[in-house]
Design a protein around this ligand. Sequence first.
Ligand code: GLC
Length: 793
Amino acid sequence: MLMSETRLEAGRYWRSGAGKGWERKGNLVFFDCAGGFLRLAVLCGHCLRVTFNPDHRPTERPSVAVVNMPSCEAFTVEQTDDRIMLRTDELTVEVAKETARIKISDSQGHVLSEDADDLGWGRRTVRCTKVMDEEMHFYGLGEKTGFLDKRGRKYLLWNTDVPVHTPTKDPLYKSIPLLLCFRGEWATGTFIDYTGRIWFDLGVEAHDRYGFEVENRELDYYFIYGPDLKRIITTYTGLTGRIELPPLWALGYQQSRWGYYPEAVVRNLAATFRQKDIPCDVIYLDIDYMDGYRVFTWDRERFPDPGRLMADLRAQGFKIVTIVNPGVKKDPDYEVYVEGVRRNLFCRWVTGEVYHGRVWPGEAAFPDFTKEETRAWWAEKHHALLGNGVAGIWNDMNEPSDFSSPSENRMLATVPDDLMVENDGHPCPFGRVHNAYGLQMCRSTHEAFRRLRPGERPFILTRAAYAGIQRYAAVWTGDNCSWWEHLAMSLPLHMNIGLSGVPFVGGDVGGFKEDSTPELFARWVQVGAFTPFFRAHSMYNTRPHEPWAWGPRVEEICRRYIKLRYALLPYLYNEFYRASQTGLPIMRPLVLDYPEDERTHNLNGEFLWGESFLVAPVTQPGVVKQCVYLPEGVWFDYWTDRRYEGKNDYLVDAPLEILPLFVKAGAIIPSVPAVNYVGEKQPEFLQLDVSPDAHGTARYTFYEDDGLTQRYREGEYNLIDFSCRASGEGLLFRIEPVVMGYSSGRKSYRLRFHGLPWAWEINGMEVPAEFGFRVDRGIIEIEIPDEGQAVNI
Ligand code: GLC
């Protein structure tokens, strides 16, 4: 099985095997093999690091992805005639002495991972193949085209600026080498920590093998055992870090277009949102705000007084996010360029000359973000933006894109592999760190916020990414087109990015290139309202793409769904809190929560939005009825409260106004009245929509804080448990404060009970005078004061 583009001759492959000896040191076990050196590190009972080097014992290399490296010594090593066996409390790892092939089993004897072949080295690569059986499904790998299950595809991880991605286009902008192998009862994760090229073959060349090949001499990967997918993602994000809580406004609606200039256009756009009563928190400025595309400058004709503009817009509740590209214009009169050259902060040829590629400003140099001094310098430069009141930074073109390479081969549309970079004291050719360029840029941007806006939460959006990006930035999926196909494709795309440890994900709503249609735009906004990141963006040469550009019917649909998003912000924010604790995605495939249900294993057209909602969007024109699969449990139609038994398919109404949306029985959904922008007014009450399950129970833990500052880290937050028990005898609802470190200013809770079978019987019943009480279309509504104390009703 060969994956790399350059076919390697079989004879060049070395055998890894014929183990000569082994030695244990703490949590490490070293094996000397005829073909190289293997090191196993035990990180915990269900996670191992496997490192193979043909030339010498592996040494610790700095990793930009792994920020926490646990170590566990609770394991035994023993040997038999032909193998060395390492046992943790959950795994048995067998290394064959003859071949150094590795086989890993769980305590019930399931073989979780088994090398199908000896490791093989070619001149430039090393490859590893594993046994694959009929039952295996593959997820993860970050941003890849195709369906949820990646089985039967080959992929290359190599960050690339892709003008148009068709169904089999590969690679795209982001590389997250986390491969999830799911087999129903159990799942495993393999994370290959390498920032150069990696090829994956998931059963293409051989029907019974999967594998990966890296363009390096050393192979370094982490093996993570589930048994469920959730624990793999939590363990993986334990290694690579989890998302920080974003500012709450970044979960609001965001409006972008390449071409919002001059200042009057931006002011008018902002005014139109308010006048049309369509909530919006963020407006983006694309490359046109800069002076000749010089990064960290302003075009003073188009934006004469950026500070004043930001302040005026801020007064209306708008935050401005500006684009920042890595390419620094070659211009002897431009301070950023001159300084970068003088201080040796740009990527260079091996001969020492600065490399110049070609991007928006024409000839440009590329900062060497692998160097700490460059990251600190770049961070300081953000003063020109953050110092003027810019609220967030949009890092684009950071694959990095370079138009100077032969344009007919977009694979090469990046800087040459053989430039030299500093790599924080371990200089190497660019090709080895290519996939981390965007992450390193975001790391520097994150540093900018830390320096220039201490106390505030950063908001950074990036196009290119590598494993660990969730620590610094939200991601969007680059230049899509206003095609129905791209709307449909975005669902598995976003879900797999989420499974790869990056919960804050979204795509250009409405499509970036080409003209959307009213129907497509309406359907896209419905999906966007339920993606973690919600931004409409379009290219300068397309027709107007704002929510009001499609006639009154679509405008009303946009208003309705954007308002719904704002109403549900407490729920969404809670999901971000959970993601920050567990690493689990917010927009998630059904297989994550219903792994035993085969129907979920490659379900592409539906997703869960957090734990309690199921979204089944329409992604084709002309559809007014939608076939929806509901997994186990009881589900309620969000719009009609109709009750559905799960593990069934249903044909539901889906006229253009309706996004099929379901609430899981047992859920408690927090919401507030929609506002024009986050923080416009403090909500007076928190609504809790309670849908008891078949046993009459529901529960929820609610998180809240100021949504803006870092004070939550010092304990300024609340955690409140809500629980409900309904039975023939009555209803018990409890509010139990767990942590009360934040003063929310809320006056009351509005409880709404759905689906209570005996609702009509208590209609008109007398209730204590201090409770507001009414029954509305079968929903019992009770208003109770919030005095920050435990309440039982
Ligand atoms: C790239 C980005 C796109 C942006 C354009 C101009 O194509 O992906 O979002 O609008 O550059 O900056």
